[in-house]
Design a protein around this ligand. Structure first.
Ligand SMILES: [Zn+2]
Length: 367
């Protein structure tokens, strides 16, 4: 991964490059930013820049020996650690899947990662054996580059056993770098936190997200800009929003909104019973589609620059937008957004869906 592949974050990239150019690379750094803001891509681009044999002031060369292995995530001096599931005991047992996941989407979130490694609903982990494997790996001399790098994604998953890493973080072997990529500093062992230098990753600028949506997902400029505005600086969220319209969700979503409008509790209970059996990803797609609908209602209400919609969708959205105003759209948007948040965290679907339906009912009837 090169800096050029990292969306936006220009000021931060510059700071990272300067640390390399000045030869003052902190040996343990914590990249801290919200999901989708690009912590993992930044850490990967940074590590590659450090390893590159032919770097320019702006970026790694992309073609030297080290770059070519780094870009495939197979360099022997780049060690990965990340949460995974028992009965496996070391991250390397998942290394092939990990490389595939990085290749597919380095902006992935924790839930996407779980989708690669599990069927069920278990919680990921970074167990003690993995910590010992890290210490073992880092005690080796670098094979092919100056530095050995340990890139740990989600140090939040280190339990108290993770304290076995303290010594090596504090006094690392010669030319060893720790790059920890995290989303929530409150969940990191304070002993680890206090031994790292913080690199705060801001949300990605909307312009940069819009540009990436146009280039990478081939969205047209208007649509890319609208999605970027709604993405809260998260490229992952922007990707989800732009994909939502592709699902064939309009009819089920319209039916649900009609039920909510009607507000008949028995019918809503029936609906809840049907939908509570749906998987987490299906429910997320369903409500993400709702965000897409609401976004288009807003466009319909305030500007004439429509996005590409099917005829049926256009009808639905234009009817719906006559019932809504900016406040109600915003309120509904928040409701759906927070439902997605809770679904990702395995909330009880039955309670969530019924409660949400009633709240949507109240919003729809307000006007
Ligand atoms: Zn290079």
């Amino acid at each position: 991964m090169q800096f050029a592949d990292v969306i936006g974050q220009e000021a931060l990239k510059q700071r990272l490059r300067e640390s390399v150019q000045s030869g003052r690379i902190p040996h343990a750094q914590l990249f801290l930013g919200k999901e989708g803001s690009g912590g993992l891509p930044l850490a990967l681009a940074y590590a590659q820049y450090i390893a590159c044999e032919n770097r320019s002031p702006l970026d790694s060369c992309g073609s030297c020996h080290n770059c070519s292995k780094y870009s495939k995530y197979i360099h022997p001096d780049l060690h990965f650690s990340f949460p995974f599931l028992s009965p496996a005991e070391e991250a390397r047992e998942f290394l092939e899947v990990w490389r595939k996941a990085l290749h597919d989407n380095p902006y992935m979130g924790y839930q996407e990662w779980l989708g690669y490694i599990q069927e069920g609903q278990k919680q990921g982990n970074i167990p003690i054996k993995e910590c010992r494997a890290i210490i073992r790996n880092l005690s080796l001399k670098p094979f092919e580059s100056d530095y050995k790098v340990l890139l740990m994604w989600f140090p939040e998953f280190l339990s108290n056993e993770g304290n076995v890493l303290l010594k090596i973080i504090e006094e690392p072997p010669y030319k060893t770098l720790f790059l920890l990529v995290a989303e929530n500093s409150d969940r990191i062992l304070p002993t680890i936190l206090s031994r790292t230098q913080m690199v705060r990753i801001p949300p990605i600028a909307a312009d940069a997200i819009a540009g990436a949506l146009e280039q990478r997902l081939e969205l047209e400029a208007t649509q890319a800009r609208q999605i970027a505005m709604l993405s809260d600086g998260s490229y992952l969220k922007a990707m989800h929003l732009s994909q939502a319209s592709e699902h064939e969700l309009m009819n089920p979503f319209r039916e649900w909104f009609l039920l909510c409008f009607e507000g008949n509790k028995l019918k809503l209970l029936d609906w809840t019973q049907e939908y509570q059996g749906y998987g987490r990803e299906e429910l997320k797609a369903f409500f993400t589609y709702g965000l897409y609908v609401l976004r288009n209602c807003l466009v319909n209400t305030y500007t004439e620059t429509g996005v590409r919609l099917g005829e049926a969708e256009k009808n639905f959205i234009s009817k719906l937008s006559t019932r809504l105003n900016a406040q109600s759209i915003e309120a509904l948007y928040k409701l759906l957004n927070s439902s997605i948040y809770h679904i990702e965290r395995n909330a009880n679907s039955k309670v969530l869906l019924l409660d949400l339906s009633m709240q949507v009912h109240h919003q729809l009837r307000k006007k």
